[in-house]
Design a protein around this ligand. Structure first.
Ligand SMILES: Nc1nc2c(ncn2[C@@H]2O[C@H](COP(=O)(O)OP(=O)(O)OP(=O)(O)O)[C@@H](O)[C@H]2O)c(=O)[nH]1
Ligand SMILES: C[C@H](OP(=O)(O)O)C(=O)O
Length: 204
């Protein structure tokens, strides 16, 4: 199955600015993209990176579109056959197993919500459904599916629900991640900090 992987190649991960400068944020976003593309291949998906600016990749098709996220994704949905998937590039603890479960879930539209109301992955089997990201997009996507008479299913998966937006999300990578995303944080001095019963991260 083909999968769109939206990727902001210009100024990604601004909510991590408190920890990383602009070059580091770009490097970290690249490492997470590598991780997601690798997991997609391992689970038998064919990824297309939908980037806001040219990116050099040998492991995926690249489509450049500098329009807003939803406009760019919908343009791919206009072109592609169903079923297809949209999987965000910042799923830092994603595994092939989680993607296998996602693909095996029935429903015209399968929603993998992100914590906080977003949509980390969407499997679309219905031709008329289009995306509308930002805000409470997991709710909006279920409503959009219902509006065209499509059935929806929601996937319950910590690995799909964990998108890396805020410094606190890095706790999940340090605790449950492995491989290159975990290693990048380690080599950039990011560690867990258990303070007064709360777990956060700090950078040395
Ligand atoms: N193609 C495309 N992808 C985008 C765009 N904005 C964000 N993305 C990607 O969509 C996914 C979710 O992005 P967000 O977490 O909302 O934004 P972000 O730019 O990664 O991070 P922030 O700057 O902290 O909001 C990530 O894979 C981004 O790389 C866009 O305008 N176009
Ligand atoms: C794009 C957006 O991502 P978030 O900003 O919630 O990570 C969404 O999933 O609607």
């Amino acid at each position: 199955m083909r999968a769109i992987v939206p990727f902001d190649a210009r100024d990604p991960k601004t909510r991590l600015s408190v920890l990383f400068d602009a070059d580091e944020r770009r490097a970290f976003a690249d490492v997470m993209l590598d991780h997601v593309v690798e997991a997609l291949h391992a689970a038998g998906f064919e990824p297309t990176v939908l980037a806001t600016a040219p990116v050099d990749r040998s492991d995926a098709t690249v489509r450049v579109d500098d329009r807003s996220l939803s406009a760019a994704v919908n343009s791919v949905l206009d072109d592609w056959e169903r079923p297809c998937a949209i999987v965000m590039a910042d799923l830092g603890i994603l595994t092939p197993n989680a993607l296998d479960r996602f693909r095996a879930t029935s429903g015209d539209v399968v929603v993998a919500p992100g914590r906080g109301g977003g949509t980390n992955a969407l499997l679309v089997r219905e031709p008329d459904v289009r995306v509308d990201y930002h805000g409470v997009s997991c709710r909006d996507h279920r409503a959009a599916a219902r509006a065209v008479g499509a059935s929806t299913t929601t996937v319950d998966s910590m690995r799909l629900a964990t998108d890396i937006d805020e410094p606190s999300d890095l706790v999940e990578v340090l605790l449950h991640g492995s491989g290159r995303v975990h290693e990048w944080l380690r080599t950039h001095g990011v560690t867990l900090r258990a303070d007064g019963g709360r777990v956060t991260v700090e950078r040395s």
